[in-house]
Design a protein around this ligand. Structure first.
Ligand code: GAR
Length: 203
């Protein structure tokens, strides 16, 4: 199994989906560290309960020194033996230092069908734009925010009486299915499967 670190900032529901997937002996990753910039992240508690190594490196004491914070993150990832990193609701922008150090080995999940709606408040913006199809994307992390090569996407319909909360819940359900599948495909370098469910477009 490939040692994979997860980086979170909050709830950690995607991290939970990855932890559950990795509990399967047939899954190609083992979670070697759950790392957060937020010591209060509920996802850290989930990881501890699952018996996984966790670490919080609070960004606040570093002030404006993003480089020093990222060096500490990088040291922790390296120390844990991570060969790949999954950002799972990690809500701080990364500088080129960390994205370059992990180029081709760092994945992110984003709650929209990229390249539509990079950034924040994706569900509100999808509703405002009137799109009929929305979803989530797993992609490789590059310097540009939410811009790297797409590894997989899952689509959901936007319904007539949707609110941002309803739409967000519908997308989140797909995120939890997509991320483990995309990570598995990434680690095993499997080509796209023709038998993939129609709502789950893992490329
Ligand atoms: C998820 O919806 C994830 O796609 C999104 O934050 C949420 C985290 O939830 N990520 C981003 O917006 C990244 N810019 P979680 O902590 O329960 O996984």
């Amino acid at each position: 199994k490939t040692p994979v670190a997860l980086m979170i900032s909050g709830r950690g529901s995607n991290a939970t989906a990855l932890v559950r997937a990795a509990a399967d002996p047939a899954f190609p990753a083992r979670i070697c560290l759950v790392l957060s910039n937020n010591p209060q992240a509920p996802g850290l508690e989930m990881a501890r309960a699952a018996g996984l190594p966790t670490l919080a490196i609070d960004h606040r004491p570093f002030g404006k020194d993003r480089a020093a914070h990222e060096q500490a993150l990088h040291a922790a990832l390296t120390e844990a033996g991570a060969q790949a990193v999954c950002l799972a609701g990690y809500m701080r922008l990364l500088t080129p230092f960390l994205t370059q150090a992990w180029a081709g080995r760092m994945l992110n999940i984003h709650p929209s069908l990229l390249p539509s709606f990079p950034g924040l408040h994706t569900h509100e913006r999808a509703l405002d734009a009137g799109v009929r199809v929305h979803g989530c994307t797993v992609h490789l992390v590059t310097e540009g925010m939410d811009e790297g090569p797409i590894l997989g996407q899952a689509a959901v319909p936007v319904l007539a009486d949707d609110t941002a909360d309803l739409l967000s819940a519908r997308v989140l359900e797909q995120e939890h299915l997509l991320y483990p599948r995309a990570l598995r495909h990434f680690l095993t370098r499997q080509p796209a499967s023709a038998s993939t469910a129609s709502a789950l477009l893992v490329a």
